[in-house]
Design a protein. Structure first.
Ligand SMILES: *[C@@H]1O[C@H](CO)[C@@H](O)[C@H](O)[C@H]1NC(C)=O
Ligand SMILES: *[C@@H]1O[C@H](CO)[C@@H](O)[C@H](O)[C@H]1NC(C)=O
Ligand SMILES: *[C@@H]1O[C@H](CO)[C@@H](O)[C@H](O)[C@H]1NC(C)=O
Length: 272
């Protein structure tokens, strides 16, 4: 029946337009450097669970390898690594079954005894960012912070805060604790602040879905009202049973919809 096809088409459009298919990789604990033997949990925070997001990585030992395929323990759209090796240093990202990819994250596993704790995700322009220089057993030892090969300053407790970061703070950072050694380097990127602050991702996605559903729902309501009013016009006076009505009318999109479908239209709203 053509009316049903219209509804199927609308449902398909709503599926295509409302699943924004985005995911972000989150790292727990939230840092980009780890000691050999540390554990880490990687999660794809997804918009659309059915898209089947998995964690993948590029290391010197393989490209695009999937969690569970020789490394990590998959748990839904998350991946746990219980004991990191140095060779697991690499680029990690989330990828959907259809091949859509999230932005990627560089993780570094140090075989040494010092790491730099720096933000995993780009930091917002104007924000304050604290970098920590850590030894294996947490301590507050004095540390030297180095950016792009030059010493910035030495901090007596091993923590350095960059106030109101700008794009000039972007660069390759490392730290050094005398008597313990130097950390690997990590790139810190600063993203431009948009003039209107973005709503939190969850709210944004709910809003997008709401708009999507409204866009799809409005034609439904209009067509339902049209059909109901048409039905009333035709049935004033004598009321024949609905199932005996076989005549069809021309709908806005130039497709024939019969009265059985008028009833489906009403019930289809239950999907939303
Ligand atoms: C992973 O490696 C492949 C092959 O070298 C490359 O095409 C791809 O861009 C890499 N992915 C990331 C996120 O770096
Ligand atoms: C993965 O790691 C998280 C956090 O460390 C933990 O809560 C969760 O139980 C782990 N899942 C599996 C399947 O090991
Ligand atoms: C960094 O560590 C080395 C030893 O690994 C040391 O000789 C050097 O003085 C340290 N640099 C700074 C800036 O503290």
């Amino acid at each position: 029946m053509e009316g049903t096809s219209v509804h199927r088409l609308l449902a398909l459009i709503s599926l295509l337009s409302c699943s924004t298919n985005q995911a972000g990789l989150t790292v727990s604990p939230s840092r980009s450097q780890f000691f050999k033997g540390d554990s880490v949990s990687l999660s794809c925070e997804e918009d659309n669970i059915s898209a089947g997001w998995t964690v993948r990585r590029n290391t010197t030992r393989g490209t695009r390898t999937q969690c569970g395929d020789g490394w990590g323990k998959p748990a839904g759209s998350s991946c746990n690594i219980s004991s990191l090796y140095k060779h697991e240093t690499g680029v990690y990202w989330c990828e959907s079954r259809e091949g859509a990819a999230s932005s990627s994250i560089q993780l570094t596993v140090s075989g040494g005894s010092v790491i730099l704790q720096s933000p995993v995700l780009p930091v917002m322009e104007g924000d304050d960012v604290t970098l920590s220089c850590q030894t294996k057993t947490p301590s507050n030892l004095p540390a030297a912070f180095i950016k792009d090969g030059s010493l910035i300053r030495t901090e007596p407790t091993g923590h350095m805060t960059l106030h109101h970061v700008t794009s000039s703070d972007e660069g390759l950072y490392k730290c050094n604790i005398s008597g313990h050694g130097e950390s690997p380097s990590s790139w810190i990127s600063v993203s431009e602040k948009t003039t209107t602050p973005d709503p939190p991702p969850a709210t944004a996605s709910i809003f997008i879905r709401l708009v999507c559903h409204l866009v799809v729902l409005v034609p439904y309501i209009i067509s339902t009202l049209l059909l109901v009013s048409l039905y009333r016009q035709r049935t004033t006076g004598k009321v024949p049973p609905v199932w005996k009505m076989t005549s069809s009318f021309h709908a806005g999109q130039g497709l024939d919809v019969d009265y059985d479908d008028a009833m489906t239209t009403v019930t289809t709203e239950d999907y939303f």
